[in-house]
Structure formats: C-alpha cells, structure tokens
Write a protein of this length. Structure first.
Length: 240
C-alpha cells in the first residue's frame, strides 16, 4: 500500500510540473460558472481547495489552498488570497466560510473522510460545498494512475461519505467519463515525458471541449436514478 506521505509527494511533484507550464484559465469560461458565480455572490467568505491554474470560483477575494507554488503565484496575481500547503496545515478557524469549492481533489486523497470532516469544520452552518469527482471504478484508466487518483467514487459511497461529514446533496450534474481507456493509455505517458507539450494539447483541445459542455443540473431526489454508470459528477451540498 502506498503511504499517505507518498501520495501527497507524488501529487505535489506531478502538479507542480503541470501547473508550472500551464496558463491561467478564468473560471468565467467554464460551464460551471453561472451556478458558482450565483453562489459566490451570496458568500462573502469563500475558499477553493486545489484549483491549480484553472479555478472554478470567482478568483478575486477568494482564499485558495494549494501545494503548487506556481499556481499560488498565478492565482495571487489575479486577486486570490493564497495559502500554501494541505488544508489541515493551514488550520482555518472553525465556521469560517460561506462557500467552499473542491474540484477534482477528493479522489487524490487517501483519507477523504478526514478531508471532508475538515471541510465541514471550517464551513459555517448552512454553508455551501461545491465539489466534483470522477465516478465509477469501472471507468479506471491509465490517466487515473498518472493523475494520482486513489479512487473513483461509487454513487452510494460518495453520498454516504458526504452525509457522514455533515453535508447534504442539494443538486448535482453527471456526465460520461472524459477520456476513453485507449486515449488515456496514449496521453498519460505523453504527460510523463513531455509535460509542456501535453499541457499545450490540453489547453488547445481538451479544455475548450470541457468548456463547451452543457450541464444538466438535477435535484438530489434523482441521485440514484441518474448516477448509475456516470463518469464525472459535480455536486452542490449544504452544510447541515
């Protein structure tokens, strides 16, 4: 079994390489922005965990926690309030934030239950958590290995872990997996060998395609019916 320290070190090194050659991508270009901007407008105290150079929340005035020095510098230049390290190391006071975003991060963490508890601790009662994760271990590819994923979530597992931490799903959207097994088998080695080239391909091809997606937001009552077989999921949750 890989240790938590080794997992963290791998992710820190991998994403410092990638974010070090990435360009800042404003959140207003993403299909998630209309929902997140509306939430942010009602949330004076905001936090985004692990956004890299591609944040989802409005950047100015938002606290960001990151392992990548390059990403922190880039986000700070656009008005974010940067914090280096892991979330528990920053040690925000209890009940600090009205809105927390954590996109494509939970799947990288060995002890995701502990991270969710820390998110619940620093969230105000009634605060919003916006999160995205890859779904379904049947969709596992070489990209998951390269990206440092520990898991892809099963629907019941994800809902149960959120509930245990004190978060209730209010709405969600699901999509097919973004990369086929064949494409992942080709792209993951390219990323390892040529991070600058792979990032340019991502910014020219994959990122614009992701931003053209049309999201269908659904009520939490449709969770079981709509998440079976999903490859990607974004959730908006309420802190109980």
């Amino acid at each position: 079994m890989v240790s938590r320290r080794a997992t963290t070190a791998y992710n820190a090194a991998t994403y410092e390489r990638l974010w070090g050659v990435a360009r800042f991508h404003p959140p207003s270009r993403t299909p998630w922005f209309p929902v997140l901007a509306a939430l942010a407008a009602q949330a004076p105290a905001r936090l985004e965990v692990g956004p890299g150079m591609w944040p989802r929340l409005p950047v100015e005035g938002t606290h960001v926690v990151e392992l990548s020095a390059h990403a922190l510098e880039g986000l700070g230049a656009h008005g974010a309030i940067p914090h280096a390290g892991l979330l528990h190391e920053v040690a925000f006071p209890t009940a600090t934030f009205d809105l927390i975003a954590i996109f494509e991060v939970l799947e990288h963490v060995d002890d995701d239950r502990a991270l969710l508890r820390e998110l619940a601790r620093i969230a105000k009662p009634g605060a919003t958590l916006a999160a995205s994760v890859p779904m379904g271990m049947t969709h596992w590819t070489a990209w998951d290995d390269y990206a440092g994923h520990v898991r892809r979530y099963e629907p019941d597992e994800l809902r149960a872990k959120l509930a245990a931490a004190g978060f209730a799903i209010e709405r969600f959207e699901v999509r097919p997996t973004t990369m086929s097994k064949g494409a992942a088998a080709l792209f993951a080695p390219l990323c390892r060998a040529f991070p600058r080239l792979s990032m340019r391909i991502t910014e020219a091809v994959f990122l614009p395609a992701a931003c053209r997606q049309v999201l269908a937001w659904r009520d939490a009552s449709q969770w079981s019916a709509c998440t079976a077989g999903a490859g990607e999921c974004t959730l908006v949750c309420r802190r109980n």
